[in-house]
Design a protein around this ligand. Structure first.
Ligand code: SF4
Length: 183
C-alpha cells in the first residue's frame, strides 16, 4: 500500500487519543511523511519486510480498529465529492470476502455524525487544494519549506483535545490562523 493511507487531522486526533501517544512519537514507527503536490503529508507506515501496515496484528486483524483512519473505514467503498454532496460507491473487486450483506453507509464507516464529518472532509480538501496552489506559485524553496513545516505543526504535531465538537472547533480556529498567516 506504500504511502496510500494518507492521514488527515481527524485520523491523527483519533489515533493519538486511542493510542495515548502524541503524533511526534508515531512518526517513524507507525507513520511517515511524503510529499504530495508540494505539500508534506503524513501516511501510515508500512513494515519493510512484509509491506503490511504497522498496525496489522499477527492474527491478520487491525490492532487499532476502533480508531483506524478514515481511508481504512471506507474500504471497500470509494467516495467522491462535488460542491454540495458526498457520494459513495463500491470499488469493483475491492473486497474478496464472500457472503457480503447490505449495511448502511454510516454504520459501515462508523463515524459519529457523518454529515458533519463529510463537511469537514470537504473543507479539508479545499484547504489542501489552496495550499498546493500556494506552494506551486511560490518560487522560494525556503518559503515552501517553512509553509510546509507550519502546516505540519499546526494540523498534525499540535495535539487535539476533547470530543468531536472540540476537535471541529479547534480545527476551524487553526484553519483560520493558518490561512491568515500562510495562504
Ligand atoms: S485497517 Fe488497520 S491494519 Fe489495516 S491499514 Fe488500516 S490501520 Fe492498518
Amino acid at each position: 500500500m506504500g504511502d496510500t493511507i494518507v492521514l488527515d487531522p481527524y485520523d491523527v486526533w483519533q489515533l493519538t487519543k486511542g493510542l495515548g501517544r502524541p503524533f511526534g512519537e508515531l512518526l517513524g514507527s507507525c507513520a511517515d511523511l511524503h510529499v504530495e503536490e508540494g505539500v508534506i503529508m503524513p501516511h501510515l507506515k508500512m513494515r519493510e519486510e512484509t509491506e503490511s501496515c504497522a498496525f496489522l496484528g499477527t492474527d491478520g486483524r487491525c490492532t487499532v480498529h476502533a480508531y483506524r483512519p478514515g481511508i481504512c473505514r471506507l474500504f471497500p467503498l470509494g467516495r467522491q465529492f462535488d460542491d454540495k454532496k458526498t457520494s459513495y460507491f463500491i470499488v469493483p473487486n475491492g473486497c474478496v470476502k464472500g457472503g457480503l450483506s447490505k449495511v448502511r453507509i454510516d454504520r459501515w464507516i462508523g463515524i459519529e455524525d457523518l454529515p458533519r464529518y463529510e463537511e469537514y472532509k470537504a473543507e479539508w480538501r479545499s484547504l489542501l487544494r489552496t495550499l498546493q496552489a500556494r506552494i506551486a506559485a511560490e518560487s522560494s524553496v525556503e518559503v515552501q519549506r517553512n509553509v510546509n513545516l507550519y502546516f505540519l505543526r499546526t494540523f498534525y504535531m499540535t495535539p487535539y483535545e476533547g470530543d468531536a465538537a472540540a476537535f471541529y472547533g479547534e480545527l476551524a480556529a487553526r484553519t483560520r490562523d493558518f490561512a491568515a498567516a500562510a495562504l
